[in-house]
Ligand binder design. Structure first.
Ligand code: GLU
Length: 301
C-alpha cells in the first residue's frame, strides 16, 4: 500500500511537471512533438448548441461541472497534494470543454463513482461524465452517450506470484473484487465466474487493489485500461492477466434527452480522431506504458 501510494505520487508528480511545462504555451500551439506532453486545446469562441438545455445552463453559469473518477491511474487520478486531475479521461473532458468554448479554468470536477453515475447525470449534478463509462443499452434507458472514445475489455489483476489465475474460467473458489454498479461485477454474477459468497464489492477500484495486496481478495476485475494503470504503479507485486473477455466501449455520459449536445460532442470527438489530437491524448496518458490502442468508431444514434 505504501509503495503503491509512493509510486502514484511519483507518477502524478511527473504528470504535474509536464503540465506546468506547457502552461506558458499559447493556446493552439500544440505540443512540441514530445509524446509525453498532453496537448493544448484551442478554446472555441461563439459556440452555440441550438436546442441543448445543458449547454444553455452551462453558458448561463459560465462554467461546467464534469463528472470523473479520482482513483484510476492513467485515466482519472487526483493528485492529493495539488488537487489536480490527470489522465486520458480528464484530457478528453478538457478537449470537449474547449470545443464547447470553456477553458480548463472553467471546469469543476465532481467525483462520481460507478454506482452513482446515472443518477448524477439524470439529476443534473454533472453536465457530462467522463470516467471509464461503458455504453450499454441498459444505461441508455437513463442517460445517453457520445462516443465511444475508447475501447477497453474486462480483464483480471492478480498478485504477481499467483499463477493459479490465468483467465476468467479459473476464478472458481477465488475471492474476486469489483465495484458496485459496474459492468464487470455484473458479468461475474451473470456468468457465475465465482461463487456469490466469493464476490467482494466496493465503491472504488483502489479499495479492491488494497485488498489484493493484503490477500483478502485474489483478483480484481474490471477494464484492462484501469488494471494496467494499477499494475504500473506496483509492478513488483501485481500483474494483469491480459486475456480480455468483454468489450467495454467508453462513452461520455450526458442527459438522456439532450441529443443536440450529444451530436456536438460526437462532432468534437470525431474531429479529435481526425486531426491527431486523440492520438496525442492517448500517447501522453495511457500510451505511456507502451501499449497501443485502436481508434474507436463514433456510433451516432
Ligand atoms: N467500464 C466499466 C463500467 O462502466 C467498468 C469501469 C467502471 O466501473 O467505471 O462499468
Amino acid at each position: 500500500m505504501r509503495i503503491r501510494t509512493l509510486a502514484a505520487g511519483l507518477l502524478v508528480g511527473a504528470l504535474a511537471l509536464t503540465a506546468c511545462g506547457k502552461e506558458g504555451t499559447p493556446s493552439g500551439a500544440g505540443n512540441t512533438g514530445n509524446a509525453a506532453s498532453t496537448p493544448s486545446y484551442t478554446v472555441a469562441s461563439n459556440v452555440d448548441v441550438a436546442g441543448s438545455a445543458t449547454f444553455a445552463k452551462i453558458k448561463n453559469k459560465g462554467g461546467l461541472t464534469i463528472g470523473v473518477k479520482d482513483d484510476q491511474p492513467g485515466l482519472g487520478l487526483k493528485d492529493p497534494t495539488t488537487g489536480k486531475y490527470a489522465g486520458f479521461d480528464i484530457e478528453i473532458a478538457k478537449m470537449v470543454a474547449a470545443g464547447l468554448g470553456f477553458d480548463e479554468s472553467k471546469i469543476t470536477y465532481k467525483v462520481v463513482d460507478s454506482s452513482a453515475r446515472e443518477a448524477a447525470i439524470a439529476n443534473g449534478d454533472v453536465d457530462y461524465y467522463v470516467g471509464t463509462y461503458t455504453i450499454t443499452d441498459k444505461r441508455k434507458a437513463q442517460v445517453s452517450f457520445a462516443g465511444p472514445y475508447f475501447m477497453a475489455g474486462q480483464d483480471l489483476l492478480v498478485r504477481k506470484d499467483d499463477n493459479s489465475i490465468t483467465g476468467k474460467d479459473t476464478l472458481k473458489g477465488k475471492k474476486v473484487c469489483s465495484v458496485t454498479g459496474s459492468t464487470p461485477i455484473q458479468r461475474v454474477r451473470d456468468q457465475q465466474l465465482t461463487e456469490p459468497g466469493n464476490i467482494v464489492e466496493f465503491q472504488k477500484y483502489s479499495q479492491c487493489v488494497d485488498k489484493l495486496a493484503t490477500k483478502e481478495v485474489d483478483a480484481v476485475t474490471t477494464d484492462d485500461a484501469i488494471l494496467k494503470g494499477f499494475a504500473a504503479q506496483d509492478p513488483d507485486t501485481l500483474k494483469v492477466v491480459g486475456k480480455p473477455f468483454s468489450q467495454e466501449p467508453y462513452g461520455i455520459g450526458l442527459n438522456k434527452d439532450d441529443s443536440a449536445l450529444r451530436n456536438k460532442i460526437d462532432d468534437l470527438l470525431q474531429a479529435s480522431l481526425d486531426d491527431g489530437t486523440w492520438q496525442k491524448i492517448y500517447d501522453s496518458t495511457l500510451g505511456k506504458s507502451g501499449s497501443t490502442a485502436t481508434k474507436p468508431t463514433i456510433q451516432r444514434y
